[in-house]
Write a new protein. Sequence first.
Length: 269
Amino acid sequence: MLFILSGGIQTGKTRWLMCLIEELSALGATCHGVVSPGIWCKSIAADGSTSFEKLGIEAMLLPQGERLTFARRCDLASGDGEYDSSWQSMQAGLGWVIPDAAIEMVNRHFDGLEQESAYVGGQRQCTLTELQRHATVEYGQSAVERVAAEKQIQAANQSYAHNRGLLVVDELGKLELTGGGFTSALRRLEAGPSMLYGSALAVVRNRLLEQGREVGQVPGAEQALKSRVESMLGELAQVWGGAELIAPDAHGVQRVISAVISGYNLITM
């Protein structure tokens, strides 16, 4: 199952996601991917009231927990001169300055997940595509070959049962929808379930889902992006056995935990 976590800006999506990761860990499930917590500064006003200002964004790589400085607010980065006009984030006109090197580090992490998915316990695992081919073509011609295929698929499903997990992508946005950003993360989503995880969760802002206005104020561009979002989510839903929109609330936690803990059979015959 693919879960789409959506909400407005600063509605607690990442905090909710961090709590979900902790709950899944306590249940023996591992999250793989990236979560993007904010970098906040606390300030106290003259009247004693407290407020928090978001200065930047980190990228926390899962499951290791390694944290990278990922983005800075545009006004801060511009004031320090710490930006390059050729960077993807600058070209796209985002509200955050993201060095291309930071994006590449996250992409390399997802590339590593691809290798881990292929080799579990030191042994190469069949991909979903390979299993489908074996079941429908290579082993479909005789009873002996059919039994061999069933045993292989059963072994693959049993292997996955001991590697329950959740693929996390925080977040999919304008860069990913225009061929940039977390390209390797999108490839992992497009590949579907693996031996490391049977469900996935991608963070997408409400604004992008409902109005498609991240490109700008040109109606044609808005509609094109909205169509791209709908097309992408439709394609991903097919490879994940469905997609469900969730909010950062208790019900969302229950839905994700239920899917992850129940496991996922890669293929049946």
